[in-house]
Design a protein around this ligand. Structure first.
Ligand code: FDA
Length: 396
């Protein structure tokens, strides 16, 4: 006889734990299985160990999907305010770092402990170091072959995340399960990921390694005004990570350096007041010196401010507002924060996350083709979609 559960959730990550805590609320027997040694490993390392757990500004516009409307229902029914209320109930102190991004004051482990406690409160079980070898579906039951034996359930929730950071336990297993049930999956690609440069570009930009500068990074109609960081591999920093979700192989990225500043107006004014200062000296007051040295070599910047004609200053500021970089690629799933794409949303009920063609099968979290911007949006999607499936199961 195999052990029987009302609901089995595969994946004890952000979405899976949230789902289990709600699915078990009406008394059903709920089990979460995960092949990892500990639950919520990505939560633990997220936000530099402080977990950027949501964003005050979370809205459907902050998510990429082939169907941008799909995420609306879950995001509007379990919002950032609901998650903040949960965090507050547990007395977890938090702060807004920037751009609505909320982080724990202490440690991401508080969020994991909170989710485990929410599961314990409703007696949801958690089996770690447990991999699923095979899933069979017959009648109104799913049979799961685990290394330790067979289990059966009425509801099966796939919450095993995407392919990003295999070292953290990511397997892409959710896409295999989708294929088994003939559920379409979009092309997937690493997103929120640093760019890599060719050897030739690296030899040109090597001196910039470690330089961070405010910049608007744009590509394919999207633009993010944050900062970019030149690295020994290429380009990183929040604006670069954000734009990586929109970039495709071969595309150029446009950088506008120090976009908040009216650079042309500033330089003209300084030419009037400080004409005897070197152009590069004044530029180095508003952007990193090493970047100015690099730009000086490429744009042949020379002379004092007084030597610069209006035309020369305009040429310079236009160049700094439209600096093109064509990365060779990205660092891939090894360092990507998320996987772009996933289970096609048309196959799912937007209210419940249930597969339309396979009743009682659910996909939640990163495995679904809904990908948030950098800044707490991806966790919000995990909470919202996990809640949507969990409450739908509990109300059956
Ligand atoms: P998640 O990946 O969290 O969980 C999936 C679970 O399934 C894992 O526990 C895994 O072990 C398990 N699993 C996989 N395959 C399995 C199998 N075959 N059998 C059994 N179990 C299996 N987002 C954000 O909003 N704010 C942030 O600060 C960060 N920071 C961040 C940093 C880093 C370094 C990374 C890699 C990612 C982030 N993210 C983030 C993204 C965020 O971590 C991600 O969107 C969510 O964790 C996705 O939640 P899921 O529950 O869908 O998958």
């Amino acid at each position: 006889m195999s052990a029987h559960f009302d609901t089995v959730v595969i994946g004890a990550g952000a979405a899976g734990m949230m789902c289990a805590a709600h699915a078990a609320a009406s008394g059903g027997r709920v089990l979460v299985v995960d092949h990892a040694k500990a639950p919520g490993e990505k939560i633990r390392i997220s936000g530099g160990g402080r977990c950027n757990f949501t964003n005050l500004n979370a809205a459907p516009e902050n998510f990429l999907s082939a169907n941008p409307h799909f995420c609306k229902s879950a995001l509007s029914r379990y919002t950032q305010w609901d998650f903040i209320e949960l965090v507050d109930r547990y007395g977890i102190a938090w702060h807004e770092k920037t751009l609505g991004q909320l982080f724990c004051d202490e440690t991401a482990k508080d969020v994991i402990a909170m989710l485990v406690s929410e599961m314990e409160k409703v007696s949801a079980e958690l089996w770690l170091k447990t991999s699923v070898d095979r899933i069979e579906h017959g009648g109104d039951r799913f049979m799961l072959q685990l290394a330790t034996g067979e289990i059966a359930c009425e509801n099966l929730v796939i919450a095993c995340g995407g392919k990003s950071i295999p070292k953290m336990g990511a397997t892409g297993y959710g896409y295999d399960i989708a294929a088994q049930f003939d559920i379409p999956v979009t092309d997937t690609r690493p997103a929120l990921v640093p760019f890599t440069f060719s050897e030739e570009m690296l030899s040109d930009t090597r001196a910039l390694s470690g330089v961070s500068v405010p910049a608007m990074a744009s590509c394919n109609g999207a633009g993010f005004d944050e900062a970019v960081l030149f690295t020994h591999r290429g380009l990183s920093g929040p604006a670069a990570l954000q734009i990586s979700s929109f970039w495709r192989d071969g595309d150029a990225i446009r950088l506008a350096f120090v976009p908040e500043l009216d650079l042309l107006g500033t330089l003209r004014a300084r030419r009037a007041s400080d004409g005897r200062k070197a152009l590069t000296t004044v530029l180095a007051e508003v952007m990193p010196k090493r970047l100015v040295e690099y730009l000086a070599a490429h744009l042949e910047l020379a002379g004092n401010l007084a030597d610069q004609s209006d035309k020369a200053l305009k040429f310079l500021t236009d160049a700094l507002a439209d600096w093109r970089i064509r990365p060779q690629g990205t660092e891939g799933y090894r360092t990507a924060e998320v996987t772009l794409g996933g289970v096609v949303t048309d196959a799912l009920n937007a209210r419940t996350m249930e597969v339309k063609s396979v009743p009682a099968l659910y996909f939640i979290g990163e495995v679904v083709d809904v990908t948030g911007w950098l800044g707490g949006y991806n966790f919000q999607w995990a909470w919202s979609s996990g809640w949507a499936a969990g409450t739908a199961i509990a109300s059956k």
